[in-house]
Design a protein around this ligand. Structure first.
Ligand code: HEM
Length: 458
């Protein structure tokens, strides 16, 4: 695809420190947005004081990093190291650790076909979670949107992926701990501090949260090691898995993958679905079309495969939501050997950022990028997109394993809620994002639900 962007030969354009620090720590989104917009797809180098990452936004460049030359752009270095306390060496570990083996173990449970076979279980879990909104809807009590999305998402993940092997109380403890880690780890990541002995603001909450995760997960690891177990849930899967040497996985391997799957299954889906409601409120025409589609396709019935296939506009709304609010907003990679991207030399040992948050809004690749327009994802228009102009789930060897699960679960959650209620929001508009490892709304959002009146068939 021709981008109209001409890469400058020679050196990456440099963005001086006064334009990046300290704003990068307080509002990295604004810095990346501004720099990315000005660069229009060119390679740029940010001066963040102690280190100078390249920002690669052109879809061809993103493709090179994530897919074509992925071996050279690895997960590791100052940004990934602080996460090792949480994720260890499994599927979310640094490259070169146990990642490849974990990926092979977990991937079969996340194919589209397999995830589709979970639809009834997802539907049951979501309906039970959404039914708890009946009371507040009838009494008109305002709800904390983030809190309710978290509750419904977590319940579904625990029931479907972990076959209820984590209690509701423990699931809640981990979800809260991950929430804390997501905010408090950012400074460690930005400063590249990994050693426990070096204190960083937010540390106490960070370490307490890491300990909470351990307390919940260690008994699950024991349970897995008592296996081999029946079933297709993640703990049974890990208990049956064998390492490259044919032996059972070590406790550490099982622990790392349980934590990674629990965190990814909850956090990203929750934050994306929290953005949805203020965005629909700000785009009443889109909201009306979603309500109309859900009423027509779902009505008051359970959601089956044919309903999923027919909820095309609602799916496009979720796609567009992930364009403007990609939960995983930046992926840092460590450059192993020197490379040339778009005519610009990239130094070995440096860091590159690819960011869906920036690329998804470049006017060189998107018409009216600031506008929330789900129709751009309906079949006829989507075909013209560069594969790496839109990459909320990454790409190449690390492409998100949970993307089909997200797509199905999120669709069922939205359609189930809207088949029962109409939302009204607190009037605060679309929030600014908080500075966190995932793209979260920066304030509490309140919503009041009113029950949808349906005429009962005579
Ligand atoms: C809106 C929801 C989601 C978004 C935006 C998202 C995004 C991503 C992205 C961008 C990556 C690639 C990271 C990289 O290249 O370094 C990734 C990887 C991953 N995601 Fe997701 N994800 C979502 C939901 C899920 C769910 C529901 C699960 C699990 C059930 C999941 C499990 C994973 C795992 C295990 C990886 C690591 C894959 C690997 O490195 O091989 N994700 N996700």
């Amino acid at each position: 695809m021709s981008s109209g962007v001409v890469a400058r030969r020679g050196k990456a354009r440099r963005i001086p420190i006064h334009r990046t620090l300290p704003r990068f720590i307080t509002n990295p989104y604004a810095v990346l947005d501004e720099v990315g917009r000005e660069a229009g797809g060119e390679v740029v180098r940010l001066n963040l004081g102690l280190f100078r990452p390249y920002l690669l936004t052109h879809p061809d460049h993103v493709q090179r990093v994530l897919r074509d030359n992925a071996d050279n752009y690895i997960r590791g270095g100052r940004f990934w190291r602080p996460l090792r306390h949480l994720f260890g060496d499994g599927i979310l570990g640094e490259d070169g650790s146990g990642w490849e083996h974990s990926r092979k173990t977990l991937q079969p449970s996340f194919t589209r076909k397999y995830v589709d076979s979970l639809l009834d279980r997802i539907g049951d879990a979501v309906r039970a979670g959404v039914a708890e909104l009946d009371g507040p809807a009838r009494s008109g009590t305002p709800l904390d949107v983030g809190e309710e999305m978290r509750r419904i998402v977590s319940r579904t993940a625990v029931e479907v992926l972990f076959a209820d092997k984590i209690s509701a109380v423990d699931a809640r403890r981990v979800v809260d701990a991950v929430d804390t880690i997501g905010t408090s780890v950012v400074l460690r990541m930005s400063l590249g501090v990994t050693a426990k002995s070096i204190p960083v603001p937010g540390d106490r909450a960070y370490w307490r949260a890491v300990r909470t995760v351990e307390e919940v997960v260690v008994p699950l690891v024991r349970q897995a090691q008592r296996g081999p177990a029946e079933g297709t849930d993640i703990i049974a899967l890990l208990s049956r898995a064998r390492g490259a040497d044919g032996r059972e996985l070590t406790d550490a391997q099982v622990r790392d993958d349980i934590v990674a799957m629990f965190v990814t299954a909850n956090e990203t889906t929750t934050v994306v679905l929290t953005w949805l409601w203020p965005v629909l409120e700000a785009n009443p025409d889109v909201a009306r079309q979603v309500h109309e589609e859900v009423d027509r396709v779902v009505g008051g019935r359970p959601i089956g495969q044919s309903e999923v296939a027919d909820l095309r506009y609602t799916q496009a709304v979720l796609d567009e939501l992930l364009r403007l609010y990609p939960a995983a907003w930046v992926f840092p990679r460590l450059v192993r050997r020197a490379d040339v991207v778009g005519g610009i030399p990239i130094k070995g040992g440096s860091t590159v950022f690819v960011s869906p948050f920036v690329t998804h809004k470049l006017k060189e690749f998107w018409e009216r990028p600031a506008e929330f327009d789900p129709e751009r994802f309906l079949a006829s228009r989507r075909a013209r997109l560069h594969r790496y102009a839109y990459f909320p789930f990454g790409g190449g060897p690390h492409q998100c394993v949970g993307r089909h699960f997200f797509q199905l679960k999120a669709l069922v959650i939205v359609a189930t809620i809207l088949s029962r209620y109409r939302p009204a929001l607190d009037g605060g508009g679309i929030p600014r994002p908080a500075v966190a490892a995932s793209l979260r709304p920066g304030r509490r959002i309140e919503m009041t639900l009113s029950p949808v009146e349906r005429r009962l068939a005579a």
